[in-house]
Design a protein around this ligand. Structure first.
Ligand SMILES: NC(=O)C1=CN([C@@H]2O[C@H](COP(=O)(O)OP(=O)(O)OC[C@H]3O[C@@H](n4cnc5c(N)ncnc54)[C@H](O)[C@@H]3O)[C@@H](O)[C@H]2O)[C@@H](O)CC1
Length: 497
């Protein structure tokens, strides 16, 4: 499990460690680790010259010390992007023979020689700002960041300069890194949706840091799946493994029912009972002969995928009844698409609470509608996209359910604000395709029918969904049905390592 700690907690832990270690030791550890990574990446690219962008604080200090270490075997050129650099770092770099190029701190344009230097760079170390940085870049720093060519391999020190260390604000101007070398532990910037896309691959350098408090963000990794996935034991039968009820699909969107049930079956559910109108039912039975139509005992229900709701009504009135009964029952629930809308309305009017373990699976637009309904205030899709974690948390608190907010980085928020938020970023961008959410809902349902609690079910489902999409057509487009069919083999690959 990847874990990220609040910047304030990291600062405190660093302060404690600084007191226990000789002067300069921490920066020495950090910069040596950084230099090792830079040397390796330069070697892989057969590049000798390394361009270091150095800012005013300790982040610049790390980069300058690393430059000094690298100078023996590399041509290291530093661009100073502050009136004053970290004194010890600058001295170390200059003593090692590194050239330090100055810039006008009040200017807007880089000196021509510096611009050419950055423009021709193949390996860039971004040490302008670290966890002491305010989000966004201006002046020389922004000019330097914008001059870095897209072809260069950019290694950010601790975090890409300009990115919000807390991972909340998505700044317009920041460095986009291929790799980020961070120290001790991950910070929220590395895992949260607003900033994760500019961080690239994260490499952790051990500096002996122990944070000693709970993380604020977590991410389930491939290696965690075997420990969390409900694998059947010798004595299990289909009922013990979990029976999933599915209320999905409609005359308008019949295929959603097929996608949802297919992925639930591929994920290894004991049995699926399907409830829905005639046309989707026929399609489900044709595609998945294992499915049993009609009601019966179930261990979890997934509902709402492909069921459009207009003014509180669906084209098949029975679905509204089934939703209502499911929501009033003690059965664990996955609430998707159309059912989210009804949930919002019913909760606001005080008719229902999520008493049973419940997982809501909205995308940004659905979460905006749900919050607008629940809180009787206008929340737009843009509001949600601008701060997905806060909005997912608000919805979780208001409903008492775990909220899985779908996106390139999926957010899973618990109603209890002390529980770390989870983020998963496992799928290719090709996964943004019609029916993809129906596949995810089926996966969540299969896990909850097997007794997996909603937070783990959401994280596992998002991971397997993304992994299955990669496997379905590596590097290319995928359709939702291919993802659903790839779920079984993807789970097998994850379980057998
Ligand atoms: N504290 C420690 O024990 C360790 C710290 N390390 C490094 O130290 C970094 C934190 O260092 P600092 O606290 O000095 O902070 P930074 O180096 O991130 O930067 C702080 C400086 O940048 C200026 N600044 C902030 N935002 C700006 C912006 N948007 N535009 C222009 N200037 C801006 C501030 O006024 C301040 O002078 C970490 O990210 C890490 O790289 C590592 O050496 C490991 C150990």
């Amino acid at each position: 499990m990847l874990q990220a700690y609040a910047v304030s907690d990291v600062r405190e832990a660093e302060a404690r460690l600084l007191e226990e270690t000789p002067d300069g030791e921490l920066m020495r550890r950090a910069s040596r680790g950084l230099a090792d990574v830079v040397a390796e990446r330069a070697r892989q690219r057969q590049v000798r010259r390394v361009v270091v962008l150095a800012g005013p604080g300790s982040n610049g200090g790390d980069a300058l010390h690393a430059g000094a270490v690298l100078a023996g075997e590399h041509d290291v050129e530093v661009v100073a992007l502050a009136p004053q650099l970290h004194a010890g770092g600058e001295e170390a770099a200059r003593s090692a023979g590194v050239t330090v190029h100055g810039t006008d701190p009040d200017g807007e344009e880089l000196p021509a020689a510096v611009r050419d230097l950055i423009d021709a760079a193949e390996v860039v170390v971004d040490g302008m700002l670290g966890i002491g940085g305010r989000p966004g870049l201006s002046g020389m720093m922004r000019a330097a960041a914008e001059t870095v060519p897209g072809t260069a391999y950019v290694i950010a020190v601790d975090l890409p300069s300009g990115a919000d260390p807390d991972g909340v604000a998505a700044p317009e101007h920041c460095v986009v890194a291929d790799e980020t070398v961070t120290f001790g532990v991950r910070k929220p910037v590395h895992l949260l949706p607003a900033t994760a896309p500019v961080v690239g691959e994260v490499t952790l350098v051990d500096i002996g840091l122990e944070v000693g408090v709970a993380p604020v963000v977590e991410r389930v990794e491939h290696a965690d799946v075997a420990g969390l996935w409900p694998v059947p034991a010798a004595g299990d039968d289909k009922y013990r493994r979990g029976v999933l009820g599915v209320i999905a699909g409609s005359e308008e969107f019949p295929g959603a029912a097929v996608l949802c049930t297919t992925s639930a079956l591929e994920a290894g559910v004991g049995m699926v009972r399907y409830l829905g109108p005639e046309r989707p039912e026929g399609l489900v039975l044709a595609a998945c002969p294992e499915v049993v139509p009609g009601r019966g005992r179930i261990q979890a229900m997934v509902m709402g995928s492909g069921v459009p709701v207009t003014d509180g009504e669906t084209s098949d009135r029975r679905q509204i009844q089934w939703f209502r009964q499911a929501l009033a029952s003690e059965v664990p629930l996955v609430v998707d698409a159309g059912a989210l809308q009804l949930l919002g309305h019913w909760q606001r009017t005080g008719h229902l609470r999520c008493e049973a373990p419940t997982l809501l699976t909205p995308h940004a637009g659905e979460l905006a509608s749900l919050l607008s309904e629940l809180r009787e205030e206008e929340v737009s899709r843009e509001d949600v996209e601008a701060d997905p974690v806060r909005h997912a948390r608000r919805a979780a608190r208001s409903t008492g359910a775990v909220v899985l907010l779908k996106g390139a980085v999926t957010v899973i928020a618990d109603p209890d604000p002390r529980v770390p938020v989870r983020t998963q970023a496992d799928g290719p961008h090709w996964l943004a395709t019609a029916g993809s959410g129906d596949v995810l809902a089926g996966l969540c349902g299969a896990l909850m029918a097997a007794g997996v609690e909603p937070r783990d079910a959401g994280a596992l489902a998002a991971l397997v969904h993304g992994f299955a999409a990669h496997r379905a057509n590596p590097g290319g487009p995928v359709r939702a049905l291919s993802v659903a069919r790839a779920v079984g083999p993807a789970v097998a690959a994850l379980l057998t390592g």
